[in-house]
Each structure stands twice: as structure tokens, then as C-alpha cells.
Design a protein around this ligand. Structure first.
Ligand code: ASP
Length: 466
């Protein structure tokens, strides 16, 4: 008989069904044995009565997390035994046949224990952690959010286009992960901090509307709730101004909340706008939390931050760095008014803040070679560096680059906020620790001599772990 999902069983009162899943709990009441069976869709109470002698005997050997298949008849529960806490609480399955598909060792933590297991053990056994309802539900909602985003952009004529992972550096302000190129001794690929240059080049190619659910990599030191790899909702369009981008993202967020989080309330629509200056003066931050009650996760206070400065002083060196990134258009009025004081230039850059977090950031891009070159000059790049690192961008701008702009949103952060989770690790399927380790896979790890040799890499003795 074909297996059905547990949440379908309620519709089959009086019928015979087969279900499969994991033993969530077992209770023996006198002669009757009860188990809660769990599959992805929910929990189901199964009763083994001594009348079915062989099945009952086998049920006596069941332990937590055994994988089993059961056939039986769906029965309505007497009114006093209805369990309103589970969706199948009005019924139970009276077992006739039981098959143990795979026994299980006692898990290192109780799957649905009242006390949350420690984070290290959860990450080490993430495949068990994901059996718990809270992390599992986060993945279900993450899927629904991604699906919503894809459908939204698809309906508007955007194309989802994949961009390379093995590439060359792109400046987004973080350190980059590097990958040795075996076939090119001494040369390296760099993992993308964002698809920034590729998406702009797709626009130069005339693709007009691009989006991607894009994995990005930043080799940062431990800093707040960040991950070495994370996912962005990456967007780029030609012939747009900031207003077009605002309206695109606002509609996306409003519709998404309406559809998937109808209990949440958006404080203000259209989303309010603050200049960077206003936000810093009034709230001492560029990502203010504008909720009336800062502890209310059901309130969503979005706010655009505009007129973000183009440059700032580097924290570590005596030079200017781009606040957003060097492909952002400086405000032409400021360039004219303060030709020799780029620190006074505002940029056509914008962020979207939500409840105290930056969830989107983007800009209108430079599409003219001379302006791009000027920005690189101000950033202190030499002619040689410009040519070597960004020659392809400057070249592309000479072959009919349309005006364009875009934005990228932190998908992990958006999911975490909507799911009322305190950190993004909770909504990433296999997340890393703050110091970039995957405790389950035990990555990063040593590689063998042979692989090192092939990659033309020698490790200094003093760097080897003892
Ligand atoms: N590439 C930028 C970032 O990763 C976003 C953008 O300008 O579209 O922050």
C-alpha cells in the first residue's frame, strides 16, 4: 500500500492507510502501546493493541528515532482524548502491521526536549537538530520565501541568471576566500563577495532585468552575527532610478508579508525615507529600529536610508574607501560643488533597514568610463591596478552601457527576522560557527600531501597544527 504523509491521515477516518516515519515517543499504558510517529508533515498517535499479537510484540521493541512503517485503520478519538496541540489530534491509527525499517542509537539529545540542546551539539548533529520542529519550520519557511521571491521577479519579467563562483575579486569591503588554480601554478580564483560586476555586465549585455538567489562569500573575522557564506537576493535593472528600485523592493516585501506572515503588521506604507545624515543625527545609526515597541517581533518597521556618503576614511590606512562600493554613482551636484573634497559627496546609494537591521543595500551604478576611472583614482588605485583588476569593466562601459542600478538583500537576515529568530544561524540549513567552522563536516580540514602538491601549495611547518 502506498505510504501517505501524516497530515493526510485526518482525511481517512475509517480507512486503512500506511504511514512511515520516526518514533517520536513511546508510552506503554497497561497492555496498550502508544507511539507518536513523526514525519516532515507532523505527528500521529499510533495504538498497538495486544489483539494483534505479533505486531504488538514488535512494537514493544521500538525506541526513539527508529524508522518504521505501519499500516492500520484510522479511528476517531473519543472526545476526552482529543489533543488540540497536534493537527492530527482528533484521530489515531490503530496499528495492524509494523515493519522496522532501521533501528537508531539513542540520540545525543532528545529531539523535542523542553530545554534547547547546546548550540555546539546541535551543529555537530545538525541532521538530528533539523528533526526538531523549530529548525525544520525555519527551513520550510525559508523555502516558501525563496519561492515567493522567485515567482515575484519572474512575473515582472526578470531572468534568474547564475554567475560564476570561481572568479576574480570584487570589492565589497571584506577579505576574500581564495582557491588555488591547479592548472595555473601560482594563480588563484577568488570566491565572489557578491555578483556585483557580473550583474552589471549582464545589463551591459542587454538582459535588462536580472535577479539571482546568490551565494556570496566573505572571509571576515568574527564580527556579530555574520556567516562566511550567505545568500543574497541580488537584483539589477537597466534604465532605472532609485524610485523604481524602492517600489520594486517595497512591493516585494509587502506582498511577501501579506502572503506568508499575515499576522505581522507593517508600521508604515509606503516605507518612510530618511537621509543618512538625518538617521545618524536622530538615531546615531544608519539602521534605526523604528518600531513603536522595540520588543514586538510582530511589528515590521521598514525604512529607506538615502543619500549615503560616497566615500569615508579607511579605518586602517590613510586613504579613502567607498562606503557602498566603487561602482556606485556619486551625486553629480556634489561632484560639481566640492570637486576637491570627495568626502562631501553623497552617492546614489540606498539601504533598507528593518527593525534595526540593514536588510537591503544598493545603488545606481556608474555607466560611464570617465566617472568610473575618476572614482578608482580617488580610491588610490594605480593605473596598473585599475587595468589589471577592472579593465573589463572600463572596456565594457565603452560598448554602449545603459544607465542601470540594483540592490541586494540579505536573505538569511530577512528569514531570521520574519521567523522571529535571534540569529541567522537558525535559518541557514548548515551554518558555521562564528569562527567559520562547520562542526558537523569538521571543515576547514587538512588536505593530504598529494592534493597540496597538485595545488602547488607548501604549508610552512610552523603553521601546521600540532
Ligand atoms: N553588491 C552589493 C552588496 O553585496 C549590493 C548592490 O549594490 O546591489 O552589498
Amino acid at each position: 500500500m502506498k505510504r501517505i504523509a501524516i497530515n493526510q491521515v485526518v482525511k481517512k477516518v475509517g480507512k486503512k492507510v500506511t504511514v512511515s516515519g520516526w518514533v517520536h515517543a513511546r508510552r506503554d499504558h497497561g497492555k496498550l502501546i502508544f507511539i507518536d510517529l513523526r514525519d516532515r508533515s507532523g505527528l500521529l498517535q499510533v495504538v498497538f493493541s495486544p489483539d494483534q499479537e505479533k505486531t504488538h510484540q514488535l512494537a514493544g521493541t521500538l525506541r526513539s528515532e527508529y524508522v518504521i512503517m505501519i499500516s492500520g485503520v484510522v479511528k476517531e478519538r473519543p472526545a476526552n482524548l482529543i489533543n488540540p496541540k497536534i493537527s492530527t489530534g482528533t484521530i489515531e491509527l490503530s496499528a495492524e502491521k509494523l515493519e522496522i525499517l532501521n533501528p537508531a542509537k539513542t540520540p545525543p539529545f532528545e529531539i523535542e526536549s523542553i530545554q534547547e540542546p547546546g548550540e555546539e551539539i546541535r551543529m555537530k548533529y545538525r541532521y538530528l537538530d533539523l528533526r526538531r520542529s523549530r529548525p525544520k519550520n525555519n527551513l520550510v519557511m525559508r523555502h516558501k520565501i525563496i519561492k515567493f521571491v522567485r515567482d515575484y521577479f519572474d512575473k515582472l519579467g526578470f531572468l534568474e541568471i547564475e554567475t560564476p563562483i570561481l572568479t576574480k575579486g570584487t570589492p565589497e569591503g571584506a577579505r576574500e576566500f581564495i582557491v588555488p588554480a591547479r592548472l595555473w601554478p601560482g594563480k588563484f580564483y577568488v570566491l565572489p563577495q557578491s555578483p556585483q560586476q557580473f550583474k552589471q555586465l549582464l545589463i551591459v549585455a542587454g538582459l535588462e532585468k536580472y535577479f539571482q538567489i546568490a551565494r556570496c562569500f566573505r572571509d571576515e573575522d568574527q564580527r556579530g552575527d555574520r556567516q562566511a557564506e550567505f545568500t543574497q537576493i541580488d537584483v539589477e535593472m537597466s534604465f532605472v532610478n532609485p524610485k523604481d528600485i524602492f517600489s520594486l523592493v517595497e512591493k516585494l516585501m509587502i506582498k511577501l508579508v501579506e502572503k506568508l506572515y499575515p499576522n505581522k503588521k507593517i508600521s508604515q506604507m509606503p516605507f518612510p525615507q530618511l537621509t543618512y545624515q538625518e538617521s545618524m543625527v536622530k538615531y546615531q545609526t544608519d539602521k534605526p529600529d523604528l518600531r513603536v515597541d522595540k520588543n514586538n517581533p510582530e511589528e515590521l518597521a521598514f525604512c529607506w536610508i538615502v543619500d549615503i556618503p560616497m566615500f569615508e576614511n579607511s579605518e586602517t590606512e590613510k586613504k579613502l574607501v567607498a562606503v557602498h562600493h566603487p561602482f556606485t554613482t556619486p551625486n553629480p551636484k556634489d561632484m560639481k560643488k566640492y570637486p576637491h573634497d570627495p568626502l562631501k559627496w553623497r552617492a546614489y546609494a540606498y539601504d533598507l533597514a528593518l527593525n534595526g537591521f540593514e536588510i537591503f543595500g544598493g545603488s545606481i551604478r556608474i555607466h560611464q568610463r570617465d566617472i568610473q576611472k575618476k572614482v578608482f583614482d580617488i580610491l588610490g588605485l594605480t593605473e596598473e591596478e585599475i587595468g589589471r583588476r577592472f579593465g573589463h569593466m572600463l572596456n565594457a562601459f565603452e560598448f554602449g552601457a545603459p544607465p542601470h542600478g540594483g540592490i541586494a538583500g540579505g536573505l538569511d537576515r530577512i528569514v531570521a527576522i520574519l521567523q522571529n529568530e535571534p540569529n541567522i544561524r537558525e535559518v541557514i540549513p548548515f551554518s558555521k560557527t562564528g569562527d567559520n567552522r562547520d562542526l558537523m563536516m569538521e571543515a576547514p580540514s587538512l588536505i593530504n600531501e598529494e592534493q597540496l602538491k597538485e595545488a602547488h601549495i607548501e604549508i610552512k611547518k610552523e603553521d601546521l597544527p600540532r
